[in-house]
Design a protein around this ligand. Structure first.
Ligand code: SDX
Length: 374
C-alpha cells in the first residue's frame, strides 16, 4: 500500500487557531479578525501586540497598563549583560537573540510554570528584554557603550534610541512601527510551528521561543530580509538590475524576498510595506533602491509570475533607516515574539503532542556483524 507523503506538510491542516488568518474575502492577513493594513493605519505596535496576545484591541486603560509593564520589564540582569559582553563580536545577532532568550530562561523565576498567567508574564519579560539585549550587542560589537532603555519611549522609539543613541523623525519611527505590525504574526509558518512543536511536549516558553528564533534565521524564512539586501548591494545600481535578475532566473537561482507557501498571487502585507519603504526612501533622498526594487519585481512577475513577500520591502527599508544588514532578521524576532507567544499559549490550552509519522525508505533488516569481520 503506498503512503501519500505531503513533503514540507504542503497543504496539510494540522490544527486550529484563533490568532490569525489570511482572509480571501478581503484578500488580507488578519489578526484576531482585523486586517493588518487597517491596524497599521490606526494603531501603534504595542496596541497590536496586546491584540495578538489578548484577543481584543485594548481600551486606553488597558493599553497604558500594557505599555507600563513592557517598559518596567526592559532592564537586563547583570549576568545577561555579562554574557552579551563575552559573545564574539562576529557572532550573528540571530544567534545572540537565541542565546539571550535562553539565558533569560535560566534566570526566570517562573520557567517551570506553564500556566496561562505565568506564560503571559514570561512573554512580557521576553518581549521587553529581547530588543534591549539585541541593541546592547549592536553597540558592544562596535566597541560602543551600551545605552540604557528609556521608559518615556515607545517600543519602536526605544529600539532606535538603544541602537543609535537617538530617535529619528516620526515618519521613520512610524515606518518601523508598521514593519513590526506586519511582522508580528503569520499563522503556522515554520518558526511558529517550531514553537508549537516544542510546546507540545509541555516544554517551556523560553525553550519554544529559542527554537523559533533558530528556525526564523534560515534564508527561506525570516533570514530572507537580509538576503534581499545582500542581493541589492550586489546589483549596485538600477542599470544592472534587469540583466542581473534575468541571469539569476536563467540559472534557476532562488531570488530572495520572492514567493510564498501560502500566497501565490502576492503577499497582502507587501503593498503597505512598499508604501512605507517609499516614504523612508523619500526622507533619505534615495532613489536607487526603489528603482532596483521595481525592476526586480517586474521581471519576477513577468517571467515567473512570482510575487514579492514581506521580506522584500523590509530589507531596503531597514537599510535606509541605518541598521546593519545582519540586524534585519533580529528586528523580525522582536516583533514575532508576540505571535509566537500567542501560539505557545494557544498550544498549551488545547495541547496534543505533535508527533507525525515517516515512511521508512532505509535498509532492510540486517544482522550486526562483529567489528573485526566487517
Ligand atoms: C517568510 O510561511 C510564512 O508565513 C512565512 C512568512 C511569515 O510571516 O512568517 O511569511 C515570512 O518566511 C517569507 C518567505 C521568505 N523567503 C524567501 O523570500 C526565500 C525565497 N522564496 C522561496 O525559496 C520560496 O518561495 C519559499 C520557500 C518562500 C516557498 O517555497 P515553497 O512553497 O516550498 O515553493 P517552492 O520553493 O517549491 O517553489 C515552487 C516553484 C519552484 O519552481 P518549479 O520547481 O515548480 O519550477 O516556484 C519557484 C521554485 O523554484 N520559486 C522561485 C522562488 N520561489 C518559488 N523561484 C525563484 N525565486 C524564488 N524566490
Amino acid at each position: 500500500m503506498s503512503i501519500e507523503i505531503k513533503k514540507g506538510l504542503m497543504g496539510v491542516t494540522v490544527d486550529e487557531t484563533s490568532i490569525s488568518k489570511v482572509m480571501p474575502e478581503i484578500n488580507s492577513l488578519t489578526y484576531r479578525g482585523y486586517a493588518a493594513q487597517d491596524l497599521c493605519a490606526n494603531c501603534g505596535f504595542e496596541e497590536v501586540a496586546y491584540l495578538i496576545l489578548n484577543g481584543n484591541l485594548p481600551n486606553k486603560k488597558q493599553l497604558i497598563a500594557f505599555k507600563k509593564e513592557e517598559r518596567a520589564d526592559r532592564k537586563l540582569s547583570k549576568s545577561l549583560i555579562k554574557v552579551l559582553k563575552q559573545i564574539p563580536k562576529k557572532a550573528h545577532p540571530m544567534d545572540v537573540a537565541r542565546t539571550a532568550v535562553s539565558v533569560m530562561g535560566l534566570e526566570d523565576k517562573e520557567t517551570f510554570d506553564n500556566s496561562p498567567k505565568a506564560n503571559m508574564r514570561k512573554t512580557m519579560r521576553i518581549f521587553a528584554k529581547t530588543p534591549v539585549a539585541l541593541a546592547a550587542f549592536y553597540r558592544l560589537r562596535k566597541g560602543k557603550k551600551i545605552i540604557e532603555p528609556k521608559k518615556n519611549l515607545s517600543f519602536a522609539e526605544n529600539f532606535f534610541h538603544m541602537c543609535f543613541g537617538k530617535v529619528p523623525n516620526k515618519d521613520i519611527v512610524k515606518a518601523f512601527d508598521v514593519s513590526l505590525i506586519l511582522y508580528a504574526e503569520h499563522s503556522f509558518n515554520v518558526s511558529t510551528f517550531t514553537a508549537r512543536t516544542i510546546t507540545s511536549s509541555l516544554s517551556d516558553i523560553h525553550g519554544a521561543i529559542t527554537g523559533a528564533i533558530a528556525s526564523l534565521k534560515g534564508p527561506l524564512h525570516g533570514g530572507a530580509n537580509e538576503e534581499v539586501m545582500h542581493m541589492m548591494k550586489k546589483i549596485k545600481k538600477p542599470e544592472n538590475a534587469e540583466k542581473w535578475i534575468n541571469k539569476a532566473l536563467d540559472n534557476k537561482d532562488v531570488v530572495m524576498g520572492f514567493g510564498h507557501r501560502v500566497y501565490k498571487s502576492g503577499d497582502s502585507r507587501v503593498p503597505t510595506m512598499r508604501e512605507y519603504f517609499g516614504k523612508v526612501a523619500k526622507i533619505k533622498k534615495d532613489k536607487k533602491f526603489e528603482k532596483i526594487y521595481d525592476i526586480l519585481e517586474k521581471v519576477m512577475i513577468d517571467r515567473k509570475n512570482i510575487y514579492p513577500n514581506v521580506d522584500y520591502p523590509t530589507g531596503p527599508t531597514y537599510h535606509l533607516m541605518g541598521f546593519d544588514t545582519d540586524f534585519f532578521t533580529p528586528i523580525f524576532v522582536i516583533s514575532r515574539i508576540t505571535g509566537w507567544a500567542a501560539h505557545i499559549i494557544e498550544q498549551h490550552s488545547t495541547n496534543k503532542l505533535i508527533r507525525p509519522l515517516a515512511a521508512y525508505n532505509g535498509s532492510k533488516y540486517r544482522k550486526v556483524i562483529e567489528i573485526s569481520k566487517r
